[in-house]
Design a protein around this ligand. Sequence first.
Ligand code: 3Y8
Ligand code: NAP
Length: 254
Amino acid sequence: MPRILLLGGTTEATQLARALADAGADATFSYAGRTRVPGAQPLPTRVGGFGGVAGLVDYLRETSITHVIDATHPFAAQMSANAVAACGETGVALCALERAPWISAPGDAWTLVPDVAAAVAALPESPARVFLAIGRQNLAAFSDKPQHLYLLRLVDEPTAPLPLPDTEVLVSRGPFTLADDLALMREYRIDLVVAKNAGGESARAKLDAARALGLPVILIDRPGIPPRRVCRSVTEVLDWLAHPADSCAAKRGV
Ligand code: 3Y8
Ligand code: NAP
């Protein structure tokens, strides 16, 4: 009977948690504790970092975890790298539940950039109205371009002054709909969208809205993650848990 640590924080992690709970699996859900009131899960839940690779190694050993499922967000690169290192050190089985990146469709006006700094550099010099839909953690980089109006969508009310002079703040945790994002972008007369290539369905509405409105998007590519076994669906993860020998996908490079 596997003893599972599920590193969560995404829609897919929540879906997997439901499937594991329904199957009576011995699993613990883990949040980083980034948000004030994270969504309740149908599994025993721990909140907070482990204390780097060493802390995660200790946790895995102390709790006799046999399988780690990394269902964190594609931009949670530090957690994912730590999981690869800790599972390598302890021999605990690791599988990532990872969603595919978004791919542009006819009508999309995307500029693909490698990271947040490149996204800042890609912004125009003349003042624009920017839907900066990347959350809270990377906002400071955009203070290099203070001339823009930034529409920010955050999970929680800001507790500290924002690093940008001209902002409109929305508090909403998603998932988001096309209708709502269309209305939002029209209401705020948005000129362009900055987003992370998160993949999945719960955050792509803003890209579909941008296409419908003929707006450009600056799309930030995912950070690199060390090779690990990757599953693309909850079903693949459940198959892997039941038959660890036939892995769900070959080790993936980046
Ligand atoms: C704490 C858990 C669920 C999971 C919901 C998904 C969908 C909604 C879209 C926009 C983009 C953004 C942000 C976003 C999305 C889902 C999913 C997803 C993007 C929660 C959650 C936690 C977090 C952390 C938070 C980050 C922030 C990023 C907002 C819960 C709601 C922008 C990423 O204030 C902060 O410190 C927020 C930090 C990391 C990125 C950032 O750098 O600011 N997610 N988001 C998890 C933890 O503590 O371990 O609170 O319930 C989860 C979800 N966020 O089950 O319903 O699966 O992608 N989250 C991005 O994709 O660009 C919003 O606004 O259009
Ligand atoms: P990160 O930069 O990769 O991780 C930084 C540190 O946070 C990790 O080293 C670890 O601390 C802790 N941590 C991260 N995820 C954790 C988890 N699920 N359980 C326990 N500790 C965790 O992570 P992040 O990008 O800030 O993301 C944090 C959380 O938000 C994750 O659950 C992620 O799935 C979710 N999320 C992130 C994004 C995003 O855009 N980054 C989007 C949606 C959801 P220690 O080193 O102390 O162990």
